[in-house]
Design a protein around this ligand. Structure first.
Ligand code: ADP
Ligand code: MG
Length: 382
């Protein structure tokens, strides 16, 4: 055995996965070294999640092999992967909102339940890695960053040798990202390998030593990140030079606007935020960003703007000179307002409906696809 192969923790050979006649992963070769932080890069839909689900035992490859410490393995499922030493933090968390941190973690632990012993272990891991968390907090009281901490602690309690993280930074604030990176660097110092999915290229350069780039399901290269710039990495991701679009000038239309006037709303529970005298104007053609650390009223503002929460008042939300303040969400849609919430799965889409079924859930309002409840369009219901 060569010195190099001794250093390889996990490798994949020709790994292939198709859904119907779509190749989500095509003959992917890959390897990660012991203690290495390795980025898996690619555009949306490139096949990154599919790849890591195969090496975590959640999806069965159609063909190809996975090697763990140079031995071929045939994963029977995530439990098998965890037993070998593979842990995974998902893009969408899998925690029960109404349960405490301790209760949630206990559900994942094999063997006899010992809550007192488990609480000590949680506190030890939390101190060792600077992942502050109160084991008795309920999940619904935690910020997204804290919920991710719970997921990471749950993985670390099982002493993984490989930690897979699927887009862990997409939901975090810059401060939380820098804390997460400290944890990952500590883990890698202790010899744990980390496979980190992202499409934020500056992160790749600051954290990882190598990156593998997937494009349309195929591995288009594994590179040393220090030899690359964000630009050259993005070029590999998309397959051609990326043209800067910043120079485009916006056509602003003052006559067509969303106006928010002195919008206020009291906090409804101990954990929600009140809105105080918010004034904004968004002209037609304009893009307006709202900045702020998560949990400072963004959710409440959006809920009020789309009509999921209606305030009993008038002339607070005006769109194209029409007062929407008391209108329900469907009526606001009819006026031409669309909304993509932070949490798409569950809030905006039904995950086991297909695209046309999801489309129909809101499109019936336009009456393009139905008449008197009869579906005109080619919508397939199961
Ligand atoms: P990424 O994580 O890089 O964004 P994914 O691995 O999630 O990409 O998806 C790759 C492609 O495979 C996408 O086009 C996606 O729609 C498709 N895909 C993923 N999972 C399934 C599935 N269970 N059934 C059908 N198509 C899927
Ligand atoms: Mg993904």
């Amino acid at each position: 055995m060569t010195e190099q192969s001794n250093k390889i923790l996990l490798s994949a050979n020709n790994l292939t996965k198709t859904f119907g006649n779509f190749n989500a992963n095509e003959k992917v070769d890959f390897s990660i070294l012991k203690g290495e932080i390795h980025a898996l890069l690619g555009e949306n839909g490139a096949g990154k999640s599919t790849f890591v689900k195969m090496i975590y035992g959640l999806l069965k490859p159609d063909y190809g092999e996975i090697y763990w410490k140079n031995n071929i393995i045939d994963l029977s499922g995530p439990r098998h992967a965890r037993d070998l030493g593979i842990g995974m933090v998902f893009q969408h968390f899998s925690l029960f909102d109404a349960l405490t941190v301790l209760e949630n973690i206990s559900l994942a632990m094999p063997g006899k339940l010992d809550l007192f012993g488990l609480e000590n272990k949680i506190n030890n891991v939390s101190q060792e890695y600077g992942l502050q968390i109160d084991p008795h907090s309920r999940i619904y009281n935690l910020s997204v960053g804290e919920q991710q901490r719970v997921e990471i602690i749950r993985c670390l309690l099982q002493d993984p040798e490989l930690l897979i993280m699927d887009e862990p930074t997409s939901v975090l604030t810059p401060q939380e990202i820098s804390k997460l990176f400290d944890v990952l660097l500590k883990l890698s110092d202790k010899g744990c390998s980390i496979l980190f999915i992202t499409h934020k290229l500056e992160e790749v350069r600051s954290l990882t030593s190598r990156a593998t780039i997937l494009r349309r399901g195929a591995n288009v290269g594994t590179v040393n990140t220090s030899d690359h710039t964000a630009k050259s990495l993005s070029q590999m991701m998309v397959g051609h030079e990326v043209i800067d679009t910043n120079s485009k000038t916006l056509k602003i239309d003052n006559s067509n606007s969303l106006l928010i006037k002195d919008l206020s709303r009291p906090a409804e529970t101990r954990f929600s935020i009140s809105l105080k005298n918010i004034n904004l104007k968004v002209n037609g053609g304009e893009i307006l960003g709202i900045a702020g650390i998560a949990g400072n009223g963004q959710y409440e503002l959006m809920e009020t703007l789309i009509g999921e929460h209606i305030i009993n008042d008038e002339q607070k939300i005006i769109f194209n000179n029409k007062d929407l303040t008391m209108l329900k969400p469907n009526k606001r849609r009819e006026e031409g307002i669309s909304f993509i919430p932070e949490e798409r799965i569950g809030h905006a889409t039904v995950s086991n409906f297909n695209l046309s079924e999801n489309y129909y859930l809101t499109d019936y309002i336009n009456k393009k696809s139905s008449n008197y409840g009869i579906i005109k369009a080619m919508v397939r219901f199961r």
